[in-house]
Ligand binder design. Structure first.
Ligand SMILES: [Zn+2]
Length: 425
């Protein structure tokens, strides 16, 4: 048990001991918290909220809050209302000037935790009625956290990396990618093992959470990172022949403040990969990747996201294939074949890719993986992985398995040099 979860449980016990007749209260004034209370029915244990995110700071779909004063064993009902705030223009997907479609904030099942966020369980399947979703959960603690999906905060990312460095100082290093516009640190890690000089290693970049609400992307990253530092011989092989850069949360400011991030003003984080990025963490990532590529040691980029509510399987977004070199196309096909072999369940890869070109977004050139294609050597593979979030396996464990399998796919892909025959670049 972590100190955080011990304090959480202690706070719940103190509350229960001092409150007399327990009264349910709701709070969200913590990292990544987001809820506007719309009323508590103490008699039935029904809590109504809607997401607190500012539409100017992205689609307000994320919600995460704590309930105190719960009688042990009581079933609570959580009702998520649609948000009424209007989305700004050019937000994407036809939402401009309208409230967000509630499908984004109302997963089939939500999650809850009675140990301060160490472990997350799923609620029963929600029931939708007139735009409001109602979830039920039997709670065996005085305090309980409820969330849209398993949360993953910048602090979680920093702690994950610190723990990895403590356990494996010989091959994991921590670094700060950037300070955000609001002055927060963006934690990152670099993994390299063995004696091979950097000049002879493959360069790999893994990042998540350009869209803050897509917490599943971070959990896929966690699975990949934990696998990469494990003693699986294939993980050892990969870290001995590659340098892997890992950023668990890119849009730290939006995640920390519980905002949705996607479509935010003045710029969506994943439409910010321009010559003049708004976000310092984007500028820093570009600089790393461009330097690695200029030095002839960059090979693979993946950006981790969650897709639309109706997507049943993970799938890749790629740059339009006509924008790739012949070698780039061949490498992409080889990588996707490896990924189809490895990402085989419980969330198996959808074999068909999607592409994001001019008819996907007017800012398609400023999408991360497209920027990588246009700014690195022709053999480089750059993809976005969209992992389905609205399925029974879209849990921290299910996402982590996808991440491990993604790592295995990268290892399989790099058994053959992607740079072979690319001497003309
Ligand atoms: Zn996204």
């Amino acid at each position: 048990m972590s100190i955080r979860s011990a304090l959480f449980i202690l706070a719940g016990l103190l509350f229960a001991a001092t409150a007399g007749r327990a009264e349910l209260t709701v709070s969200s004034d913590f990292e990544n918290g987001s809820a506007v209370g719309d009323g508590i029915d103490q008699a039935t244990g029904t809590i109504r909220i809607h997401p607190a995110g500012d539409p100017q700071r992205g689609w307000p779909c994320w919600w995460y809050f704590r309930v105190d004063g719960v009688e042990l064993g009581r079933t609570l009902f959580v009702e998520i209302d649609r948000t009424t705030g209007l989305l700004p223009s050019e937000t994407g997907a036809g939402n401009e000037g309208k409230p967000l479609n509630p499908v984004w904030s109302q997963p089939a099942q939500a999650v809850f935790s009675t140990d301060g966020g160490e472990t997350w369980r799923r609620t029963e399947t929600g029931k939708s009625n007139a735009g409001r979703m109602r979830y039920a959960a039997k709670v065996d603690a005085a305090s309980v956290l409820f969330a849209w999906g398993p949360p993953f905060t910048p602090t979680d990312g920093a702690e994950l990396i610190q723990q990895a460095v403590a356990e494996h100082p010989e091959f994991v290093q921590a670094f700060e990618l950037a300070k955000t516009r609001e002055g927060r640190a963006v934690p990152a890690a670099v993994v390299r093992a063995g004696k091979k000089p950097d000049a002879e290693r493959y360069g790999i970049w893994v990042q998540a959470r350009q869209h803050a609400w897509e917490s599943g992307g971070s959990w896929v990253g966690v699975g990949l990172f934990r696998w990469l530092i494990s003693d699986d011989p294939r993980a050892v092989a990969l870290r001995e022949q590659a340098v892997v850069y890992y950023v668990p949360v890119m849009d730290v400011d939006s995640v920390a403040t519980g905002n949705g991030g996607k479509g935010q003003k003045p710029n969506d984080h994943n439409r910010d990969w321009s010559a003049k990025p708004h976000f310092p963490e984007v500028a820093a990532a570009q600089k790393f990747i461009r330097t690695l590529s200029d030095e002839g040691r960059f090979d693979f980029f993946v950006d981790l996201h969650n897709p639309g509510a109706g997507e049943p399987k993970p799938y890749f977004f790629t740059a339009p294939h006509e924008e790739l070199s012949e070698l780039g196309r061949r490498n992409l096909e080889r990588f996707v074949t490896a990924a189809r072999t490895e990402i085989n369940g419980p969330l198996p890869l959808e074999p068909k890719q999607k592409t994001s070109g001019a008819n996907y977004s007017s800012k398609w050139r400023e999408i991360s993986k497209n920027w990588v294609v246009f700014n690195t050597r022709p053999h480089v593979v750059a993809v976005t992985l969209e992992t389905a979030w609205n399925t029974p396996n879209s849990t921290a464990a299910g996402y982590s398995t996808v991440g491990k399998q993604l790592g295995l796919a990268i290892e399989r892909y790099l058994r053959e040099s992607p740079r072979a025959a690319s001497s003309k670049e």
